[in-house]
Ligand binder design. Structure first.
Ligand code: ACM
Length: 265
């Protein structure tokens, strides 16, 4: 499977322009099987109010952006996972929309909202799940979900071979933390981050770029720059992520001592 990451600097509020940009860049790379794009990459990140978000959030499926992405996925015969602002009834979610070969496959709604996101978005109420894309088991999580290792773990326990991770990262730790998420779960990860800055609310945010793909042993199969528009393409063999033994005597999942972990219920 060839994974493609498109790292760019979405223009705030310019949905059509951002969609056109995505289309023209992805169309140049017909060899990619699965694209991962950044969080909120059609709208931009910072909203001044819930009302402002409401005016730009769309339904997935059934909206203009969703139709465009569905058609792009069909034209390129590829899977696409991208971060979007989703409206569902009166709820507003920071979501990832998933398309495969011209079909809408579903959404993941971010469960761990970061900082000011809590003022505008509703947090997702469903467990992060797995999408079957081209026969590959792909788990999806969004940005700040990385700091809760339970997110990646629960995806791995459900059989994820690859974790697709749209992001708008502002803290400096995640790219290194995802190395550990790979090692501790023996999964591939693909973090699609944006770069650039936004300062719409008086809080200047600088996004950290450095989108990357990690191997099941944590090694980086590729990483982009901090502040350039770039595309990363990496070949992976997802089947390697299905084997969880560490040596003759240890297995990552079978050796878990779940009855001894005092986790909240
Ligand atoms: C983040 O979750 N966008 C930092």
């Amino acid at each position: 499977m060839k994974i493609g990451i498109y790292q760019f600097n979405p223009e705030w509020g310019q949905i059509e322009k951002n969609i056109n940009n995505i289309e023209s860049n992805l169309e140049k790379h017909r060899d990619v099987d699965l694209w991962v794009l950044p969080e909120l990459c059609t709208t931009g990140y910072q909203f001044k109010s819930r009302q402002e978000l409401k005016e730009r959030a769309e339904e997935f499926p059934g909206s203009h952006t969703s139709d465009k992405m569905q058609k792009l996925s069909s034209r390129l015969n590829t899977a696409i996972i991208l971060g979007v602002a989703e409206k569902s009834g009166s709820n507003l979610y920071n979501s990832a929309a998933v398309y495969g070969n011209g079909n809408f496959k579903g959404n993941y709604r971010k469960i761990h909202l970061f900082d000011q996101e809590k003022k505008c978005f509703d947090s997702g109420q469903q467990s992060p799940g797995i999408f079957d894309l081209l026969g590959v088991q792909v788990g999806v999580m969004i940005c700040f979900d990385w700091i809760f290792p339970e997110t990646a773990r629960s995806l791995a326990l459900q059989g994820a071979q690859l974790i697709a991770h749209p992001a708008n990262l502002v803290l400096p730790y995640c790219q290194d933390a995802m190395v550990t998420r790979s090692i501790e779960n023996k999964v591939f990860t693909a973090t699609a981050n944006r770069f650039g800055t936004e300062n719409r609310t008086g809080q200047k945010l600088t996004f950290t770029g450095k989108s990357q793909v990690t191997d099941i042993d944590g090694s980086r199969l590729g990483q982009l720059s901090q502040n350039k528009e770039q595309i990363l393409k990496v070949d992976i063999d997802p089947a390697r992520a299905s084997q969880k033994s560490i040596n003759d005597n240890n297995d990552l999942f079978q050796d878990r001592r779940t009855n001894l972990y005092t986790l909240d219920k």
